[in-house]
Design a protein around this ligand. Sequence first.
Ligand SMILES: [Zn+2]
Length: 659
Amino acid sequence: MSPKQSPLPLVELVARSKKIGADQSLVVYGGGNTSSKGEILDHLGRTHQVMWVKGSGSDMMYGGERDYPALYLDDLRQLISFDDLDDETMVDYVTRALVDPTSRRPSIETLLHAFLPAKHIDHVHADAICALTNHPGGAKAVADALGKGFEYVDWMLPGFTLSKIVSKLKDSEGIVLAHHGLVVWDESSDKCLEKTHLAVAKADKFLDSLNVKPVAAFDHGDMPQSELNELLLQLRKKLGKKQILRTDHRLAQIASRKDCQRIVAASASSADHMLRIRPKSALIDISLPAESIERYQNEYSQYFERNKANIQPGYSSHGNDPKVLLVPKVGAITTGNSSQECLMLADIAFHTHSVAARVIDSFGEADTIPESEIFKFDYWPMELFKLASKPAPAKFAGSIYVVTGAGSGIGRGIALELGRLGASVTLADLDEKGLEEVQSVFKANKFLEPLLITGDQSKEEVVSKTLNETISQFGGLDGVVINAGIGVSDNLEDLTLEKFRTGLEINLTSAFLMTKGAMQILRKQGLGGSIVYIASKNAFSPGAGFGGYSVTKAGMLQLMRIAALEGGSVGIRANAINPDAVFDNSKLWEGGIRAQRAAAHGVKPEELEDFYASRNILKVRVQTVDVAHSVAFLLSDESSRTTGAVIAVDGGVSAAFPR
Ligand SMILES: [Zn+2]
C-alpha cells in the first residue's frame, strides 16, 4: 500500500455509507454514523492502526473520503480506562487522536465505534428501530422483533458513558439504543450493511404484524389552494418574519387524524430528529391559526423556563417559534430560509411523525424520553455544534420577491442579483425561452430554484396567477419589482392608436395590476413590503419621438407615489428607479428602436451606447447590474425609511434630476 492510495476499508466505508445515506428510512440529513478500522502508513513508512469515522454533521449520502477523518485507534481505546469524561473533555481527547488535526471534527459517537472491536460498524437512526422502542414495552418488542441476540440499552445521551456500556455488549449480534437507533458490526463491509438492512426489515415485519387496529379516524378532503394561500399569509403574519413557508402533503393523513395531538406529543422520541425540527411540531387549528401559534409559543416558552437551569453557559433560547406546523387537510408546513431547507425539515418531520403514528397504531400507547432529557438534547452543545457550523444566512434569505420582465435586460439583471443575495424569487415574462435561460444561470450559480411564470402581465388573470402561485410556492410575499415594459417610438402625429394603447397596457396597466394585487397581499400578510418600479430617465426628461413610452413611465411614477401614500400606514413602501440607456441583454432596443433612437440623436446605431455614455455627467455606460444594486437596496430594510422616492441610475443626466 503506498501512502497515496486510499486504504480499502476507507473506500468501502464511503461506498457503504452512501448506500445508507440514500435511504431516509435509515438516516436523515447528517444523522447516524459509520466507521471502519484499518492501517495507514505515515511519512516515515511506519504502520498505524486507525479508525475512520463519519465527521460530525456530514451527510452520508454525499460524503466523500475527507468526510471520514482517520483517528489513531490506540489513542482512542486508551480512553476506556477513564471512569468518566464530560463531553467537552471527551471531544478534546478524541480530537487529539486525529491523524490530520486539520480534518473535520469526528462524530460525537466516535468512542462508541472505537470501543467496539469490529472492523466495520453501522449506526443508523432507523424509523422502524425507533418505533420498536418508543413505547413502554420497548425492551420486549426489541427481543420479539430482532431475537435474543440483540441487546437493548435504555435512553441515554450519546457520549462517553454510553460508549462504555456499548463496549461491554461486543459479543451480541447488535444493539438497539432506545429512542435513538441501531448499532451492528461485521468484519466485512458488505455483511455489515446486510445486517443493518436485515435488522430494520425484521423490525418492520414485526411492526406490521402488530398493526391490526384500523387507522384512527381522520378528516378526508384537501383544503382548496385559495384557502391554503390565505392560511399561509396568516401564519407568516403571526410568525412575523421573512421566511419561506413550504407546504408538504405527505403528512396530510396524519395531520388530519383526530388523535394528532397524541402523535405530536409522542414525536419527541426520535432524539436525533428533534435537533432540527424542535421537540414538538405545532398543531394548527384551521379556524384559529394565530391562536394555535400563540399556544405553541407559550408552551415552548414555559418548557424553556422549566428547564433553563440546566442550560450550558453561553447558550440561550432558540426562540419560541415552531419549525413544523401540522395542518389538518393539508399536511406539514415547514419554515426556513429556503425551500430546500424547508424540504429537509419536511422530510425529517415526515419520518418523525410517521414513526410516532406507527407506535400508537402498533402498541396503543407511546413513550418518550423525559422532558429534562428532551431539553438536554434540544440544548446539547455537542449537537448545536452541527448547526453552528452552518454558514451565515444570505442577505435575502427567507425573502420572497416577484420580478416581471425577468427574461431579459434589466429584469434579468435584477433577478440574478436577488438570486445571488439568497432570495426566493418568482420570475415572470412573456418570453418562456428567456426565463429558462435565466433559470439555467440560477442553477449554474447554485441560487435558489426560482418559480417561472410565463404570460402577459397586462392581463389581470396572469397577474393573479403570478401572485397566487408565488404564495403557494413560497408561502408569502415581501416585494415586487415591476419591470416588464416595451419601447414605443414615433412622433405623436405618426403614432398609431394601437401602438399607443399597447404601450399603455404593457408598461402602465400591468404596473397598476401588479400594484393592486401585491398591495392586497402585503396588507393581509401584515409584514409591510416594498414595491419597486423600474421607470425611466424619460419620465423626467422625455425625448421627442418617444412619447408613447415616456407617457407610460411618467404615469408609472405617479402610480408609485399613490402606492406610497396608500400603503404607508401598513408599512408598504413604493419607490422607483429611473435608469437610462441600459443595453446589456435588453430587448428594449430591438424592433427598430435602436435605429430610430440613433437617428434621433444623429449617430450610427452601433454608436448609441457610447453616445449615451458621453451624454451623462459621469461619462459611463449604465448596466443592468447597476440598476439591480439599487433595486436590492430599495427591497431591503436598509431603505426602510424611504418611500415615494425616485433613484436615478443614469450616470447623471441633469435634465432628468429627480425633483
Ligand atoms: Zn446516533
